[in-house]
Design a protein around this ligand. Structure first.
Ligand code: NOJ
Ligand code: NOJ
Ligand code: CA
Ligand code: CA
Length: 703
């Protein structure tokens, strides 16, 4: 819980701020921290399918399906419906603290020849207008203010990869990908005079490069290196940030360059920092180092498909067991620099629903209990708490049938969402496997002296658990789920051993102790990239009520606000690069370091670097390295690449879109690097280049 003092201070500050600008006073309660979601539970809503709160805004004609019998069409759900479900207590009692809603912007009105519509919000037409079937800006403002008054954050979906379905040669197909800037036409897909889009055909998903620079299905793919597109998308997201949104889910991040997306993140974090996570789809069993690189370097978190696919294969499909799950937990803890910032789930709108019928309700309950006690930011797909079923899209996007608050899943979610807020072990703690066989997994989350021990038995027989040990202090512990999943109590001895017990068939038990630290302990820092002067929030425990110091390496940062659990600072003017953060309290006790904050050189722009006639032997690739942190500070191990050479330009020309400091004299060289790390440098003087102050650029030289 945030202290009352800080809330009052924040309200007072925003009051002064708004009065100075003589704007209407907006008092935001409960959502002061828009960059830390680790203690939150997100509820994902397909806006059109949740609740129709205003039938007057429903579409008429062929794109509407009156009783939602045609799941490809609009069914009437809107922001008023979501507001109603906050006001009547359904969402608040569920305990969720964030709502991820469909992209709110205006979408195409036309019917796709296959009978599809834009009900899902992924076919944008004008990012500066609302989708009228969800509501107008007044409705959106009320959605945000209602949510904030209840301590709920609003996350919007955002598709900067594409506009809408289009074909190269048929301007009458859907709306020809047309894009508008607050009503003014920017361009169309066929006859694309201003070159806003890529025209390289559809991707066959054969490589990362192919996925980025060709169309995803028939969706008109933006050329993010085009200045008009770059500026328009960055302006648009600021409009929604200014509307008060608290988070962004970015669609299809695998299909856009990491460079452009880093420049976007830098823009967002310099304007109004909010937690941002991308969708990088991974199939069952898929692990992709490029996905980890993106999560660690771009400034954006990712949806945790490794977690999602693994929990599904253990508890839904029964094709893996808890050893596989534990491997995934251990590997992801290593592969993601901030594993607690990745967004976990058990199902979503792009895969079959977890529940398959009444017989699977218990599996859903167990999966939710594991989700809500595991590392990462848990997301519950609307209707999972009602055991909604459905196969692939659009069957998995059926309307909510009931809003029943007595289901087991609803109660489990409510209990564990509340525990996540109270016990920091769930939000910030690491994970230790304490007992395992193929049917049983007992894992401990621990942050300081806060401990949560969770035991799950996915078999149909009781299991005897002997020789379990834990960090829970000596004592008797009852099940936090209050037997909703047949959990038992345990007795812990002075040496941490647990008296043997029976873990019930298909049972889950959660035992915990909440003991906040009295010395500084950092649980979370957000965001983890930013230029000097940006605001960063440090969360944790034991900071003390009196102001102390926050260190970037050995440099202290300006303090904006300070409480026992939350500190806001400004990134100090230090040389760009990676820094460890630590908090020193007023009596000089210092926290362990929170590692690898990346200080950027300054504002960022996306630049396409290219080099001609760079011939290589197979297995050798071209990289670029230069004199700023963003270009690896002349360290070949940190050089950017491997560069691309197949779509926008072809071998022996290589290219790559990179986020570099704006308006800066850069020095760089291209290098050839083979699989063993052997490096051949370009000869001659360093190449020089001045990046633009804003916008994008392309710079191509000869090897
Ligand atoms: C991923 C979304 O989640 C999916 O539903 C959508 O169709 C595609 N991206 C394209 O926007
Ligand atoms: C080392 C490289 O060998 C050289 O080519 C390059 O110019 C310098 N780094 C940059 O100072
Ligand atoms: Ca409606
Ligand atoms: Ca793309």
């Amino acid at each position: 819980m945030r202290s009352l003092k800080v809330c009052v201070k924040a309200i007072a500050l925003s009051f002064i701020f708004f009065s100075l600008l003589s704007l209407p006073t907006v008092v935001e309660a409960g959502v002061t921290n828009k960059v830390n979601y680790s203690k939150d539970v997100i509820y994902q809503i397909v806006t059109d399918r949740f609740s129709d709160g205003n039938t007057a805004n429903n579409p008429t004609g062929t794109i509407f399906s009156q009783n939602c019998s045609d799941l490809h069409k609009y069914c009437g759900g809107d922001w008023q419906g979501i507001i109603n479900k906050m006001n009547d207590g359904y969402l608040t009692d569920l305990g969720i603290t964030a709502l991820w809603i469909s992209q709110p912007v205006e979408n195409v009105y036309a019917l796709h020849p296959s009978g599809y519509t834009s009900y899902h919000g992924y076919w944008a037409r004008d990012y500066k207008k609302t989708n009228p079937y969800f509501g107008n800006f007044t409705d959106f403002d009320r959605l945000v203010s209602t949510a904030h008054s209840k301590g709920i954050k609003i996350i919007m979906d955002f598709t900067p990869n594409h506009s809408s379905p289009a074909l190269e040669t048929n301007p009458n197909y859907v709306e020809n990908g047309a894009l508008y800037n607050n009503g003014a036409l920017l361009g169309n897909y066929s006859n694309d005079r201003n070159k806003l889009f890529h025209h390289n055909g559809g991707t066959d998903f054969s490589s990362y490069e192919d996925s980025i620079y060709r169309n995803l299905y028939d969706l008109a793919d933006y050329d993010l290196n085009n200045k008009v597109i770059d500026q328009y998308l960055k302006e648009s997201i600021k409009l929604w940030l200014d509307k008060g949104i608290d988070g962004i889910r970015v669609d299809a991040v695998k299909h856009m360059s990491e460079g452009w997306q880093t420049s976007l993140m830098s823009d967002i974090y310099s304007h109004k920092p909010v937690f941002t996570f991308g969708e990088w789809f991974l199939g069952s069993g898929e692990v992709d180092p490029q996905n980890h690189h993106f999560a660690n370097e771009s400034g954006m978190s990712l949806l945790d498909f490794q977690f999602g696919q693994t929990i599904r294969s253990v508890l839904k499909d029964r094709t893996s067991n808890w050893y596989d799950f534990n491997e995934m937990i251990k590997n992801t803890e290593k592969d993601y620099d901030e594993v607690i910032d990745q967004v976990t789930f058990i199902d979503n709108h792009d895969m079959s629903r977890f529940s398959v019928g009444a017989s699977s309700n218990r599996q859903t309950d167990m999966a939710l209990a594991v989700l809500l006690t595991s590392r990462g930011v848990p997301t519950i797909y609307y209707g999972t708490e009602q055991y909604l079923t459905g196969g692939n899209d659009p069957d998995n996007r059926k309307p909510m049938k009931t809003f029943d608050r007595s289901t087991n899943s609803y109660k489990i979610t409510s209990k564990l969402a509340s525990l996540r807020q109270r016990n920091s072990a769930l939000g910030y703690g690491n994970t230790t496997e304490r007992w395992i066989n193929s049917d049983v997994y007992i894992y401990e989350r621990k942050f300081g002296n806060n401990v949560v021990l969770t035991a799950v038995n996915s078999s149909n027989r009781n299991q005897t658990i002997t020789n379990l040990s834990t960090s829970l202090p000596q004592g008797n512990y009852t099940d936090e789920l209050q037997q909703l999943l047949d959990g038992n109590a345990i007795t812990v001895n002075a040496n941490g051993s647990v008296n043997s017990f029976q873990l019930r068939a298909n049972g889950v038990a959660v035992w915990q102790v909440t003991k906040p630290s009295t010395t500084p302990l950092i649980g979370h820092v957000g965001p983890m990239i930013g230029k000097a002067g940006n605001t960063v929030t440090v969360s944790g425990e034991g900071f003390g009520d009196k102001k102390g110091t926050v260190l970037f390496g050995s440099t202290s940062a300006e303090i904006v606000s300070w409480s026992n659990t939350e500190i806001q600072i400004k990134v100090p003017s230090v040389t760009a690069g990676h820094y460890n953060l630590s908090v020193v309290n007023a009596t000089n006790a210092k926290s362990p370091a929170y590692e690898k904050f990346e200080v950027l050189t300054g504002n960022q722009v996306s630049v396409r670097f290219g080099v001609n006639n760079a011939t290589t032997n197979s297995g050798t690739n071209i990289y670029i390295v230069g004199n700023v942190s963003e270009l690896g500070n002349w360290d070949p191990n940190k050089a950017i690449g491997p560069m691309f050479n197949q779509v926008m330009y072809k071998y022996p020309t290589w290219y790559y879109d990179i986020s570099v400091p704006a308006g800066k004299n850069l020095e760089y060289k291209y290098i050839k690097k083979d699989q063993n790390g052997n490096v051949i440098w370009q000869s001659g003087n360093n190449r020089t280049y001045t990046s633009p102050a804003t916008g994008t650029d392309t710079v191509i030289t000869n090897w």
